[in-house]
Design a protein. Structure first.
Length: 201
């Protein structure tokens, strides 16, 4: 992108997909290291996930979506970590799709809630520019047919260095040390790719 360098990423989070008159979106939150052995999730992660899921379902109903289908909460793998996942699908008229995209974004997972108050707080306390991180990106095939992802686990490749972007969902039950370890785990997605390229070179 002129003036901003090259961006690459491996986002696990679908913001919204629209095809054939139906949309699909996900609630993806809660993070832990992938172990290979199914384990119950803690209250912090479960509550965070249910909070995001309720927000999404409310937005779909407010925008007049119909035939809303919600899957049970499940564990989904994403690289070296796993998340809680709930998938939503619904019928939505094409003219309402732009409003739906902006009703779902920014998601509570990247901005907080209530959205306007959380957005204002982030602007005051974050000490860096997110740039395209936590925005959305994806292909548009034709009117009403598109697939957008939340721009997470991404990297900005500049002339002489790279900037890796990751983050965590902070709630009242968050433990700062655990949140930091979570962001380190998420960073392995991009850092692991850099290591592979370096080893290949």
């Amino acid at each position: 992108i002129p003036g901003t360098g090259l961006w690459t990423g491996a986002s696990p989070e679908l913001l919204i997909e629209s095809t054939g008159g139906r949309i699909q979106t996900v609630s993806l939150s809660g993070t832990r290291k992938k172990t290979g052995n199914p384990q119950p999730w803690g209250n912090k992660e479960t509550n965070e996930h249910l909070w995001v899921s309720r927000y999404i379902e409310d937005q779909l109903e407010l925008l007049g979506c119909e035939d809303i289908d919600v899957t049970p909460m499940q564990t989904a793998e994403a690289g070296t970590v796993e998340h809680l996942l709930t998938t939503f699908s619904a019928s939505c008229p094409v003219p309402k799709l732009p409003s739906l995209v902006y009703a779902l974004h920014p998601t509570p997972a990247v901005c907080g809630w209530p959205t306007s108050k959380a957005y204002d707080l982030i602007g005051r306390i974050e000490n860096y520019d997110r740039s395209f991180y936590t925005g959305f990106i994806g292909p548009v095939d034709e009117p009403g047919e598109f697939r957008f992802y939340v721009n997470l686990r991404c990297m900005n490749i500049l002339r002489d260095h790279c900037v890796v972007y990751v983050g965590g969902g902070i709630t009242i039950d968050s433990d700062p040390e655990k949140e930091w370890l979570e962001t380190e785990l998420k960073s392995r997605t991009m850092l692991g790719a850099i290591e592979k390229i370096a080893n290949f070179g």
